[in-house]
Design a protein around this ligand. Structure first.
Ligand code: ATP
Ligand code: PRP
Ligand code: MG
Length: 297
């Protein structure tokens, strides 16, 4: 295949992962002009374009070299490796992306007793993930029937076409609505940045490295908060002891108030109202919690 000089990333055209994936790429400094047919988006600043496709097609497009990277659920990537991509070189999960979190689980009718996986022996399990299900049954030494369905898997037990299902669960609402309960978890999933094991040794490889660095920065600051407060020097020790984890705070003098200090601390996660109230009780005032937009260490 002719090598391309622009990086091409595959992502879901329309679905749960579309918005958060675009948002993440924007935060990495990438912006796109959408083409009229909406299948191809031309990157405006950097030489990075998007291909908008069904999520199921993403691993195959990477394996064929049509795209260099893809944003796809781990569930879809793993299923591909165990089925259509069995013969191909395995793809790599370059980064977990922290959205599209769900799990692939076995669910059984509410009235069915389920203590352990052995009870599935001889039963029929409906799923859209036959590769992952067969692999899990094999590692657990259970011989069960696998009924492959493209969708609406949760209705199969009621229709009598299966005894249990293996499907994605997030809140559990779909299971409850269908009188099913979660019995076992096969896979914890989230959206991942997928790509080949080895990066191309050209400008695209350099661009991928740059993108991974920006992505790491974005992921790091996403949860971070900058805490600003004022404290007297005498209360400094008590206030510092209560600060949420993170690097050492920075202290700045306050003009005209020699006994006062301005403290600036980067916190690894949310700062709750309760934490703020405790820090205030220890002697701090003028407190601000700010989201962090970009960070370059
Ligand atoms: N209820 C959920 N909550 C959170 N993430 C989910 C949920 N269901 C699925 N996901 C994740 O989001 C991915 C995309 O889900 P979506 O329902 O949009 O896919 P789809 O219907 O297969 O779309 P496509 O038309 O692209 O094939 C799933 O593969 C999974 O990784
Ligand atoms: O545990 P829950 O929060 O209910 O989420 C789980 C449901 O979400 C997904 O379906 P989706 O809503 O995308 O519908 P679809 O697969 O029928 O398009 C998945 O296939 C489950 O059915
Ligand atoms: Mg799909």
């Amino acid at each position: 295949m002719k090598t391309r000089d622009r990086l091409r990333i595959a992502m879901q055209k329309s679905g749960r992962l579309t918005e958060p994936a675009l948002d993440l790429l924007n935060r990495c400094g990438l912006s796109f002009r959408q083409s009229r047919d909406k299948l191809f988006c031309f990157g405006e600043g950097e030489p990075v374009d998007l291909l908008l496709v069904r999520d199921d097609d993403i691993p195959g497009l990477i394996a064929q070299g049509v795209c260099d990277l893809g944003i796809v659920g781990r569930n879809v990537l793993s299923e591909y490796q165990l089925t259509d991509g069995r013969e191909a070189e395995p793809l790599a999960e370059w980064r977990p992306l922290g959205f599209g979190r769900c799990r692939l689980s076995i669910a059984v009718p509410q009235e069915m007793a389920y203590e352990e996986v052995g009870q599935l022996a001889g039963r029929r399990i409906a799923t859209s993930y036959p590769g992952l299900l067969r692999e899990w049954l094999r590692t657990n030494g259970v011989d069960a029937g696998v009924v492959t369905l493209a969708g609406s898997v949760e209705i199969a037990p009621r229709l009598g076409t299966a005894d249990a299902i293996c499907d994605l669960v997030q809140s559990g609402g779909t299971l409850v609505a269908n009188h099913l309960r979660e019995a076992d978890v096969l896979l914890e999933s989230e959206a991942v940045l997928a790509g080949p094991q080895t990066l191309p040794v050209d400008e695209r490889g350099d661009m991928i490295e740059l993108l991974l660095k920006r992505l790491d920065g974005v992921m790091q600051v996403r949860e971070s908060r900058l805490l600003l407060l004022q404290t007297s020097r005498s209360a400094l020790e008590a206030v510092t002891r209560l600060l949420p984890g993170g690097p050492q705070p920075t202290l700045l003098p306050v003009a005209g108030q020699p006994d006062q200090l301005m403290l600036q601390a980067l916190c690894a996660g949310e700062v709750s109202w309760r934490q703020l109230e405790e820090i205030k009780k220890a002697g701090a005032r003028e407190m601000f919690v700010l989201p962090v937009e970009k960070m370059l260490a």
